[in-house]
Design a protein around this ligand. Structure first.
Ligand SMILES: [Zn+2]
Length: 377
């Protein structure tokens, strides 16, 4: 310890001589009866000194209490939310559950924004209610609230708490049914398109099931003309990232591939396939949705009844980009492609999201299938 009462960092005293010793950690020495107990301290010299002072005060308090015949129950097992959070993350990573490590960590981080308690055992049902209310206020979807509740529950279980009592039941949410385009929607839309750019844009959305951001950042070099696939991947040039599970190679139908090839021959310079201003510019186009709605309106395909149609811009709520992706996934499932492959082709890492697409079929194929069942009449 130096003259000013602080612990000198990275220094040790060996046989009365000070030496520099940058690696190592601090331990507190105390005595339990005749036994010497060493307790490892997390952090640097300042933390170690703080821990030492804390320990001294505790010992003083115990002595004081004993003098007036008070029994003190010391609970050394209390866990801070912070330690439990990093503990959960480490444990999940160690067992290879990277997604769980991430989502649980996010949920606890979100919880900590609404609750400044220190120890896990201080968390009450009221804190959970506040947590839920804050997320709702932020406009998070019911499904997200439900997921975060489950994630936080896993965290509490990990921390050894009675999760059922503290967390309570999960918030309810109505699973929104997945909306898709039917043939009767798509045929008139594609028939109305007047530019090859638009045919290719919505053709790729439909045939490859891309997310909006994925289409915006799609480059020509992502197409493998020989393998007839399209690679959905991060694009560092635009700071666009896809998660590990979302990177994928999607087969491109022959007809679409040929048309893309022909288009490329007449547009040889841009890097982006669907860049701004009809693919002549290498800036991502953030208005693809508006483009779809505008085209649907021009083709008189707006529903005319929804809130969007009633609005100033007359942008119909029926037409949105994600609906192409939902159509893609639903079609794959209905054509009997196995769920693992559908997960891979759509860049979904969890089964639950895919299951949402497994809804009862409403088209004539059901009638056909039912008619083909043996009736023995
Ligand atoms: Zn509408």
């Amino acid at each position: 310890m130096s003259a000013n009462g602080k612990v000198k960092p990275n220094a040790v005293v060996v046989k009365g001589f000070e030496r520099s010793f940058p690696v190592g950690h601090y331990e507190l020495r105390s005595y339990s009866g005749s036994k010497t107990v060493w307790t490892k301290v997390k952090g640097n010299a300042t933390d170690a000194l703080a821990a030492l002072n804390q320990k001294k005060r505790r010992v003083d308090a115990l002595v004081e209490a004993k003098a007036v015949d008070l029994e003190v129950v010391t609970d050394v097992k209390r866990v801070t939310i912070r330690d439990a959070r990093s503990g959960y993350k480490e444990a999940a990573i160690a067992r290879g559950a990277l997604e769980s490590a991430q989502v649980v960590d996010n949920a606890v981080a979100e919880f900590q924004l609404t609750c400044n308690k220190v120890y896990v055992d201080q968390i009450t049902r009221e804190d959970m209610t506040k947590f839920q209310a804050a997320m709702r206020k932020r406009g998070l979807a019911d499904r997200t609230l439900y997921n975060r509740h489950g994630n936080f529950r896993s965290f509490m279980l990990f921390a050894g708490m009675d999760a059922d009592v503290v967390c309570g039941p999960a918030p309810r949410y109505e699973e929104q049914s997945v909306e898709i385009f039917e043939d009767s929607d798509l045929k008139p839309l594609f028939a109305s398109l007047t530019t090859e750019y638009d045919r290719l844009l919505f053709g790729v959305f439909l045939a490859c099931g891309l997310r909006e951001q994925e289409a915006m950042h799609l480059e020509w070099r992502s197409i493998n003309w020989t393998a007839k696939t399209l690679r959905v991947q991060s694009n560092p040039r635009y700071d666009f990232k896809v998660k590990d599970a979302e990177q994928r190679d999607v087969p491109v139908p022959a007809d679409l591939l040929n048309r893309l090839k022909a288009y490329r021959e007449t547009h040889p310079t841009p890097k982006l396939i669907f860049g701004k201003r009809g693919g002549r510019d290498d800036a991502p186009d953030g208005h693809l949705l508006r483009r779809l709605k505008g085209l649907a309106r021009s083709a008189e395909l707006s529903c005319g009844e929804c809130e969007g149609c009633a609005g100033r811009n007359k942008e119909c709520g029926f037409w949105y980009l994600h609906r192409f992706r939902a159509t893609f996934i639903t079609r794959l499932l209905r054509s009997g492609v196995d769920i693992r492959t559908v997960m891979k082709l759509s860049g979904h890492s969890d089964l639950e999201s895919i299951m949402r697409y497994l809804r009862p079929s409403e088209d004539s194929s059901v009638q056909l299938a039912v008619n083909n069942l043996p009736s023995y009449l």
